[in-house]
Design a binder for this molecule. Structure first.
Ligand code: PGA
Ligand code: ZN
Length: 431
């Protein structure tokens, strides 16, 4: 038996940042190495992503994970025992075959991603390497440009705003450390300004301020104020990124902006966003149109894709087929990469490679339901993804990720930072 053969796979129920049940997996190898990982959970999930297995019924709002945990301790443990823990492709293929569905609904993507990531952690530990280094396999690893949430809306803040995420990208930073300092300055300035104006009602699910604004565009004005109050030049030093999560307010072929009392067609929404792009230093639009509005995405990308980043999250769901479709339809120029949308590390990597092959910029992302697990920061660095999005500059499940990046920066050196060129369309035109 080799030192990396899998001796034990354990599942247990732990809790996420919303106080909901989730799955933790532990993988032990024969040589003594161990790895551990926890599945995150989305609230504004894409229709086409891999699904979590939830118990249903009255307990925990139906969100229990007893079946998913039992799948880890039962069929998954049985199947993986004796396999090579260092052969990620083989063990992910075994998980995929054992599940047998297109969306991981039999075993649960919460079970498979926890096990897949735990095995990856164990393999890195057996190799005596930090995970980011293990993933880089000698290729260049770099710290990503952070995308940091300032205001939360949509499904993460009781739909107080229709748009989901208002973020800053500290493009003027020359290191990850500096980028975090700048994000911290803007985050705190925004909180102070909102408090003074009586617009603050707590923090949203990802730690961004939960604002009480009369309209979606008001949030953009406050973003500008906060950037300036923090002492930065908007656009030049700190830009704005939006995640509209537009599927959330798309019903019956129309976009319903409840805040504005408006119902917009795809073309009208495109007009409004184009106007915003002219008025505000918006560098990145995520899911500006619904997950099935390919025409809306393609038209918008044609119009603005040469100047700003247009990201597919719910549109692409970290799925190679949807990424291939988006590439041929030119429906975006960047891909959000969320491991639990795919369900295994190997499928996540395949989606990442497909996005890169299409010339897309890539952003590794957490979910609105997170934990202390910081594996994704290692994926972002080890794969040189270029950008990282894990919420705001508050709440420990978010800050755990930023802090892990700082530890990696120490090992890698501050100069190894992807910088503003990581964003599309700059990335695509880089030599
Ligand atoms: P979710 O949202 O994790 O609630 O799905 C995050 C995002 O849309 O980026
Ligand atoms: Zn999103």
């Amino acid at each position: 038996m080799s030192a990396t053969s899998i001796q034990r796979v354990l599942g247990r129920r732990v809790w996420d940042s919303r106080g909901r049940p989730t799955v933790e997996a532990e993988v032990q190898l024969a040589g003594g190495a161990r790895g551990r990982a926890i599945a995150p959970a989305g609230a504004s999930r894409g229709r086409f992503e891999a699904v979590d297995l939830r118990d249903g019924g009255p307990r925990f709002g139906g969100l229990g994970v007893s079946h998913a945990v039992a799948n880890v301790n039962g069929p998954i443990a049985e199947r993986l025992r004796g396999m090579d823990g260092a052969d990620q492709a083989a063990l992910d293929a075994a998980l995929i075959a054992l599940d047998g569905t297109r969306d991981k609904s039999k075993l649960g993507a919460n079970a498979t991603i926890a096990v897949s990531l735990a095995a990856l952690q164990a393999a890195a530990s057996a190799a005596g390497e930090a995970l980011w280094r293990h993933l880089a396999q000698g290729a260049r690893a770099r710290l990503p440009m952070p995308m940091v949430q300032i205001f939360g809306g949509g499904a993460h803040a009781g739909h107080r705003l229709d748009l989901q995420d208002f973020l800053v990208v500290p493009v003027g930073a020359d290191s990850f450390d500096r980028a975090l300092e700048m994000a911290a300055d803007v985050y705190h300035a925004a909180g102070r300004l909102l408090h003074e104006a009586g617009h603050l009602s707590g923090v949203a699910d990802e730690g961004g301020w939960w604002p009480d604004f009369p309209a979606n565009a008001a949030a953009l004005d406050w973003m500008l104020r906060a950037i300036s109050a923090a002492g930065y030049r908007p656009g030049e030093e700190v830009g704005i990124a939006l995640d509209l999560a537009a599927s959330q307010f798309y019903r019956g072929d129309a976009y319903h902006l409840a805040r504005e009392g408006k119902k917009l067609g795809s073309a009208e929404l495109g007009e409004m966003l184009t106007e915003w792009a002219a008025r505000y230093p918006i560098l990145s639009f995520e899911d500006p149109f619904a997950e099935e509005d390919w025409a809306g995405m393609a038209e918008f990308t044609k119009r603005l894709g040469g100047r700003v980043q247009i990201v597919g999250d719910d549109l692409l769901v970290t799925n190679i087929e949807r990424i291939a479709k988006a590439a041929s339809a030119r429906a975006c120029n960047a891909a959000l990469i969320k491991p639990n949308q795919a369900g295994t590390v190997s499928e996540t990597r395949a989606a990442f490679d497909a996005a890169r092959a299409a010339g897309f910029a890539t952003i590794v992302s957490g979910r609105s339901g997170e934990t202390e697990d910081a594996s994704i920061v290692h994926l972002a660095c080890g794969w040189d993804a270029g950008q990282l999005k894990v919420g705001a500059f508050a709440r420990s499940e978010r800050v755990a990720k930023w802090n892990e990046g700082l530890r990696i920066a120490e090992a890698l050196g501050q100069a190894e930072f992807a910088g503003r060129a990581a964003l599309a369309p700059l990335r695509a035109s880089a030599p």
